[in-house]
Design a protein around this ligand. Structure first.
Ligand code: NAG
Length: 456
């Protein structure tokens, strides 16, 4: 499988556009079930209560013990510890032989099926409405670029770091799940299968192999997306008015694990190379989006088409995020790392509680604390906030055949710098850092760093 980086995607920097979230009446899985919803809302409180009221040697795997009484009550759904062993005998969608995992299999009533599964697995119900499952991957064969596999490893390590810091699960797929859905189309069968494999997750977050987290603290503002099923970095006017195929980027997207998404992916994948309509779609997409310069139907332009042309059908559930780097164009980002580090160090030098040494596990709290000091930082282009996701569009780390727009050095140096910039945020908790972003060497971090009085 090859990610969208295998395509000579161009990209540019559209102006920041405010996008108001449209309200609609999506029947929410959780809001329709008061019990589950309340369970989620009170789980934090109950967590505290549970730890206060249980004897220290109490076995928290309540649901395993109460197997016979697996009735989905509020009480069991608030069990804060996911039970990784319990799979009650009551039939779920997994027992339906007609229900398949491939992109060609039709699923109906998925929302109900997921809900039933959650009712049988109450330990996963608490927090399910916010649960994110990250999916990424690369091709089944070795990279042609001699350092390609090394780069992919570092890109993957970065995603694992981000997931560990925020308690997300991650799946790396390197098998071509549909033999004809190659290159940038390969991700849809993976996302489709992941939805079936992870009914406990509300969101599947696809992140291309050539994208990395350059702000390890930032979290997706899920509240903003509560009425939407697909979130993508994009700019409405570029899609609707300019009809530009780069009005969005399909390399990173957040898609809700629900029936709408299955239907949408079916429509989306219907433009792919596995269908007899592939050539026809190539022509349609090219004549609709005049700046598309290659004849093949691609997922990114296909998505732009569904938003622009089939807009009554889909667009009101698609959130075009442009207020922060949901995925950002590397070329406008990689030059800003040093100045950003300086600003962050400046803040930490002044604020003792931010520079206090701490366990990696409690890092999220420090991210929250830091927000107070980032009010002026802005977001996106020209900002001194750490860019959330840096995407090396067109650099093609695996094949090495980067877009001619860029020099190889710009790509490789940019990746190295971004990877080390991100790694510094991780290694900090282990007591080390890369003092120079282009150099993989590390030094130890002095106590009370970066207080100006502490000696390196
Ligand atoms: C970094 O900061 C310096 C000094 O303030 C400034 O001259 C330079 O333009 C900044 N670089 C970038 C890429 O913003």
């Amino acid at each position: 499988m090859v990610t969208s980086s295998e395509l000579p995607h161009t990209h540019y920097s559209p102006p920041m556009a405010k996008f108001t979230s449209r309200t609609n009446n999506k029947p929410s899985l959780f809001f329709s079930d008061g019990c589950l919803f309340l369970g989620g809302a009170f789980s934090a409180l109950l967590l505290i209560w549970v730890f206060y009221s249980l004897p220290s040697n109490f076995d928290t795997s309540l649901s395993t013990k109460n197997h016979a009484a697996v009735a989905p009550t509020c009480k069991t759904s608030t069990n804060p510890v996911p039970d990784l062993r319990s799979d009650p005998p009551e039939p779920t969608f997994y027992d339906d032989p007609k229900l398949g995992y491939t992109i060609d299999d039709t699923v109906t009533d998925w929302d109900q099926k997921r809900k039933e599964w959650l009712l049988h697995h109450p330990s996963f119900a608490a927090g399910a409405e916010e649960r994110i499952f990250m999916v990424t991957g690369s091709q089944p064969s070795p990279c042609r670029n001699p350092i390609g596999d090394h780069l992919l490893l570092r890109f993957f390590k970065n995603k694992v770091d981000y997931c560990r810091l925020h308690g997300y699960d991650i799946f790396y797929n390197d098998a071509l799940l549909h033999p004809k859905m190659f290159s940038y189309w390969a991700k849809y069968p993976v996302v489709r299968a992941a939805m079936m494999a992870h009914p406990e997750a509300e969101w599947i977050w696809w992140v291309d192999s050539d994208a990395l987290f350059t702000d390890m603290e930032f979290k997706l503002p899920l509240d903003r997306y509560k009425d939407h099923n697909l979130v993508i970095h994009g700019w409405a006017h570029l899609i609707h008015e300019k009809r530009s195929w780069t009005g969005l980027n399909a390399g990173v997207f957040l898609i809700r694990n629900c029936q709408w998404s299955l239907d949408f992916m079916k429509a989306w994948a219907g433009m792919g190379p596995q269908t007899p309509d592939y050539d026809k779609w190539g022509q349609t997409l090219r004549s609709t989006f005049k700046d598309k310069f290659f004849p093949e139907s691609d997922d990114q332009t296909g998505l732009a088409y569904l938003i622009a042309i089939e807009k009554d059908k889909w667009a009101d559930r698609i959130y075009l995020e442009s207020e922060y780097y949901f995925e950002g164009y590397w070329e406008e980002i990689v030059g800003t790392f040093e100045n950003i580090s300086e600003r962050y160090n400046g803040i930490e030098g002044r604020v003792r509680r931010l520079r206090r040494r701490h366990a990696e596990k409690v890092s999220e709290g420090y991210g929250d604390m830091r927000e107070e000091y980032l009010g002026e930082a802005g977001n996106g282009r020209g900002s001194w906030r750490r860019p959330f996701v840096t995407h090396f569009t067109g650099c093609q780390p695996c094949s090495g055949k980067h877009n001619n727009m860029y020099s190889g050095d710009a790509c490789w140096n940019g990746m190295q710098r971004a990877l080390n910039f991100a790694d510094n945020q991780v290694l900090r908790k282990y007591g080390f850092m890369h003092p120079r972003l282009l150099d993989n060497k590390v030094t130890t971090i002095p106590f009370d760093y970066p207080n100006t009085n502490s000696k390196p």
